[in-house]
Structure formats: structure tokens, C-alpha cells
Design a protein around this ligand. Sequence first.
Ligand SMILES: [Zn+2]
Length: 116
Amino acid sequence: MLAVINDSEHVLSYSEIKGEIGKVCSRVTLYRVLERLEQEGVMYKIADVDGTFRFGSQSPKDNNTSYVHFSCVACRNVTKLKEDHVTFSSLSKHQVHFSQITMAGICPQFKKSTQT
Ligand SMILES: [Zn+2]
């Protein structure tokens, strides 16, 4: 399961993960495993522009990292911008448990496919 999430270029929704490995486990099992991975800190959950939850992998050490995601309104893919982290100097004394920053728009792949 983690391999599916790790190997994916995009942050996957529940139904996309189920499409990949749905044959080997039931819906309930899948929910439980996702929940456990999230508690262990190796996975995080974000909501996309449609309010659908998506799952991405992370290192447990990354817990305080604020990832930036790009949500494509054309192909509905959500991508984690790997190199880009955000730090807020005004939060230096806060302990941040969770953050979600999502940009929405058209991804380069879709843009390219409409130009041909
Ligand atoms: Zn796109």
C-alpha cells in the first residue's frame, strides 16, 4: 500500500488507491490501513479543491514540514511540490501539527496536451 502511494507522482484519492490495490483488500481494511499509516506519521491526508481526501506519503521526520500542493482543475490531479516548503517566521514559537496549502489551476501536462 505504501509502495502505491510512494510510487505515485500524484497525491492519490481513496478511490485511486482502491483502484490500484482494491482487489487484495476490502474497503474497510483499506480505510483502517490508511488511518494507521496516518497515525504513524508516514502518510498525510489533504482535501483537494472538490473536498475529496487524498493521501500522500511522508517521512515521519517531516511532520512539521508545510508541503505545498498543486491541484489541477483540468485533469484533477494533485501533485506535491517536492522542493517547495513554506516557513512562516511569525509561527516560530508555535508548534504546528498540521497545515495545508493548495494552489489550484492548470498543470503543465494539460497545457501541453491542449497545444497540439
Ligand atoms: Zn492537469
